[in-house]
Design a protein around this ligand. Structure first.
Ligand SMILES: *[C@@H]1O[C@H](CO)[C@@H](O)[C@H](O)[C@H]1NC(C)=O
Ligand SMILES: *[C@@H]1O[C@H](CO)[C@@H](O)[C@H](O)[C@H]1NC(C)=O
Ligand SMILES: *[C@@H]1O[C@H](CO)[C@@H](O)[C@H](O)[C@H]1NC(C)=O
Ligand SMILES: *[C@@H]1O[C@H](CO)[C@@H](O)[C@H](O)[C@H]1NC(C)=O
Ligand SMILES: *[C@@H]1O[C@H](CO)[C@@H](O)[C@H](O)[C@H]1NC(C)=O
Length: 512
């Protein structure tokens, strides 16, 4: 296959026979003339060091002494040229880049050039460049003369990690950010809290994690959260936290009195609690303060507000809720109460200048949502109809339904994820444009640090290519050949990605 081990497949590429050698002691990754350095502690500069290691640091010949250098043409430099100063995180990250290895008239040795509009495109291009380098049987590093132009098909390419069902140590989150960058994902959807535990350490409400985490040290301190965000940023990945309410909040109740609805058994409190109590003003004061904090801690312009799977039975049992329903004229329609709650939360989050993503139920139940709300489609087999419905109503959407990677099965299920065509639903061109991408979701009921990485990779890589490459990149045989190599490369770089099928990797597996 002419595309060798490239993953995801670029938009257009031509790889030619002439080969060039790279000598680790001489090869340089540098900013080209006129390149803007990028903002703050510049991601590209740090990335250059990282990619030097990815290219040369994991050689199978590492301990075999001097590498022989063949006589022939040597590639001395990769110049990275970024043209736009505007490098902040934006909703749509566009990157157009080209790598070309050209003979420069004034230079006797060839050099590679990577041109990108933005820092984020340059990061993706460095990944592609590193994937083009290979080792021959004598341990020489080689690259073929190539021309590549690349940019993603979808702007939102996410991975959902769940740190509530099981606590994930920082190291396993960071490792997966590395793997995401290797697969050109750009959004970490951090499902940080849920019923089972509340590991987010809030400075405003320290009792939430103080009482709601599994264990005193199973928390993400403000420093940990900053570290994740910065580590992600340097890899071109946005971090979108999810604070799911009013359901999925059992752990919240431990550290915040009166937040959850007390359930009744006939006339008496049963001792158990239901969703967030929507009838108390104190609920909204609390949420205002919490989201104020969240909006400052997480720099992304979006917060995920959940809104899925709200169970009405506790609300129905509670006489104060019944009374409130009467006063508000909701009758016995508890979906109206849920809408009342969610509309207030959306108002609070807007007032702290964040946009929001919600799970599809919020749309399905007819909650009044602002026109710029992003609806995430997650429910089972009817997702194509749901995509039609959501986009017909004019909402931007993200597709997760066919990519619930927590469902495991025998054999090569990556093919099922690969074969999904996100835009194969009935709707106009305008509707199709509202699908901004998708997410591979690894819910944590049966996943902790021991099995997270092998369960996610390379299965999520299939989703990565579907969201990045052209619509017509559908040849499963070619994908298999490339993915086997890509998986070995991930393993070589320290990612414990599971095998696709029988076979072996060229290099020894390093300690993981
Ligand atoms: C790279 O060049 C070699 C030697 O000319 C050639 O055999 C090989 O097919 C080329 N690789 C690709 C991916 O085109
Ligand atoms: C709750 O807030 C509403 C609207 O601001 C106000 O009318 C009501 O009196 C408040 N209720 C309590 C118990 O403070
Ligand atoms: C889409 O909308 C139609 C018409 O309103 C409705 O019948 C159908 O149940 C909806 N589909 C989904 C998956 O929600
Ligand atoms: C698109 O969806 C239709 C209807 O579900 C199906 O028959 C068709 O095979 C799909 N096409 C592709 C390319 O997936
Ligand atoms: C996909 O379509 C593009 C543009 O139409 C074309 O250049 C490319 O060769 C096609 N790729 C495949 C794998 O068919």
């Amino acid at each position: 296959s002419p595309s060798g081990s490239l993953w995801p497949l670029p938009r257009s590429l031509s790889i030619l026979p002439p080969q060039l050698q790279l000598a680790p002691s001489r090869f340089q990754l540098v900013h080209g003339p006129g390149s803007t350095a990028g903002p703050g502690p510049a991601p590209p500069l740090r990335a250059l060091c990282r990619y030097y290691d990815y290219i040369f640091g994991y050689s199978q010949w590492q301990n075999r002494g001097q590498r022989p250098l063949h006589a022939g043409t040597e590639l001395l430099q990769l110049q990275v040229i970024i043209s736009s100063k505007d490098s902040e995180f934006v909703k749509t990250i566009t990157c157009i880049l080209s790598i070309s290895i050209k003979d420069q008239l004034s230079v006797t040795e060839p050099m590679a050039v990577l041109k990108a509009e933005k820092v984020w495109g340059a990061l993706r291009g460095l990944e592609t460049f590193s994937q083009l380098v290979y080792e021959d049987d004598y341990g020489s590093f080689l690259i073929n003369e190539s021309e590549i132009t690349d940019y993603p098909r979808f702007a939102h390419r996410g991975i959902l990690l769940d740190t509530s069902r099981h606590f994930l140590p920082l190291k396993s989150i960071l490792t997966n950010l590395d793997a995401m960058a290797f697969n050109k994902f750009n959004v970490l959807h951090w499902h940080i809290v849920d019923d089972h535990s509340f590991p987010y350490q809030s400075t405003t409400f320290p009792e939430l994690s103080g009482k709601g985490s599994y264990f005193y040290n199973h928390v993400y301190t403000p420093t940990d959260v900053r570290l994740v965000i910065e580590y992600a940023r340097l890899r071109g990945i946005r971090v979108i936290p999810e604070f799911d309410t009013p359901g999925h909040t059992q752990s919240w109740g431990k550290g915040q009195k009166d937040l959850l609805t007390p359930c009744y058994n006939g006339e008496h409190r049963s001792g158990s609690y239901g969703p967030v109590n929507p009838i108390l003003n104190t609920t909204y004061h609390f949420m205002t303060d919490l989201f104020q904090e969240i909006s400052q801690v997480f720099p992304d312009t979006y917060v995920h507000l959940g809104g899925d799977e709200v169970d009405f039975s506790c609300w129905k049992s509670n006489p104060d809720v019944t009374e409130f329903m009467k006063q508000q004229g909701f009758g016995t329609d508890y979906a109206k109460l849920e809408s009342y709650y969610i509309e207030k939360i959306l108002g609070i989050v807007s007032s702290v200048n964040k946009g929001y993503i919600v799970w599809q139920e919020v749309f399905d139940k007819g909650v009044k949502i602002k026109s710029d709300t992003i609806v995430e489609v997650w429910i089972g087999n009817l997702y194509t109809t749901e995509l039609s419905n959501v986009t017909r109503a004019g909402f931007t959407t993200i597709l997760a339904a066919p990519w619930y990677l927590d469902y495991i099965s025998y054999g090569q299920d990556w093919k099922k994820y690969y074969n999904v065509q996100p835009l194969n639903f009935s709707g106009s061109e305008k509707q199709k444009k509202l699908v901004i991408g998708g997410e591979a979701c690894l819910w944590g009921e049966f996943v902790d640090a021991t099995n997270l990485t092998p369960r996610l990779w390379p299965r999520a890589s299939a989703v990565g290519e579907r969201l990045w490459s052209s619509e017509n990149v559908t040849n499963i045989g070619d994908a298999y050949n490339r993915l086997v190599k890509h998986r070995c490369r991930m393993v070589r770089r320290g990612i414990a990605a599971e095998p696709l099928y029988v076979g072996y990797c060229d290099h020894e597996i390093r300690e993981l």
